[in-house]
Ligand binder design. Sequence first.
Ligand code: PLP
Length: 386
Amino acid sequence: MSDVLPYGRQTIEDDDIAAVAAALRADFLTTGPTVDAFEQAFAGTVGAQHAVACINGTAALHLAMLALDVQPGEVCVVPSVTFLATANCVRYVGAEVVFADVDPESGLLTPVGVAEAIARAGSRKVRAVLPVHLRGDVADLPGLAAEAAKVGVVLVEDAPHAVGSTAVFGDTTEIVGDVRHSAMATFSFHPVKTLTTGEGGMVTTNDADLARRLRKLRSHGMERPEGAEPWWYEMVEPGFNYRLPDILCALGLSQLAKLPRFVARRQVLAARYAEALAPLAPAVRLAASPAWSRPALHLMTVLIDFKGLGRPRGAVMEALKARGVGSQVHYIPVHRQPYFKERYGALELPGAEAWYARCLSLPLYPSMADGDVDRVAEALREALGL
Ligand SMILES: *Cc1c(COP(=O)(O)O)cnc(C)c1O
């Protein structure tokens, strides 16, 4: 491992490696029983009726758009502060993105942001709203669902940051992925995420028809009608090869069993960060966590007044790196990307801009030592000249 603490890193242990080795010796390397086992275990963990595994989180989003039958000419609402894939999936099916503004303190999509974006959609047909649980903090799902319902549309949660996150709405503790307020939730198992399969993704839903459609589209659009001849399959719409191999599902199963431990460790580290960074306030503040949110915390994002301090973010990141501390910006608002700027023109989303101007993600992953947190906080103090 390098001397620089990365902002995120996988945790692979000996039993994960043993699980993959066993999968390599099994009869099925792909499309075998470990896929079902991983899907069932994941569905059970997040409290959803169905989980459909696929090759990555971007494929999960694409499958969700296809399963909803989102069409060219229609639009989906996407928060501007997210990874590119949340917006790109809308374009994959020929629909257009309406970027919504976010809360500048949490980076999360809000009901007001959704209402404003829907108003901007004008006469175009809105098909879905895609909230992102940025950093693992849970967006206001009941509020967002209510806003979406006003125009008869569903939520599709883009939840790669929030595996293991829960939220308390009213008297109910909900788990991200249980899809109480949404049609589907998508996950990613990229190495920087809380669980990893190298590459991997999942869609959860409580709708049996959507689950069937997702499964069909993940494998070429092929279906085997019940009672048909043993060789028979039919395709009524072209799908993709988005399958997740048994080898990776074996890693996923092994990782999933560790989720409570990973989440607990992230929360311990986050609490230590809160203490260690407190003396740097108000120049450095933690990103705001909504009252209902119990985040598993994928990212340790702080908000820094770079302007007020007269320290450009790039220089601060370099100074951190020189002290062995990696950092990252989550995210450049997607509406600023050349492709979308050219397609939709310049947009004014002040919440997204304010978030972007100040955000910086510091190292957070289960194998970090407690002392690493103190080291990061000290490096940040020095880098900011505080
Ligand atoms: C990681 C991520 C994705 C994409 O997942 P991949 O597995 O890398 O394709 C999509 N949306 C968000 C918010 C992500 O963090």
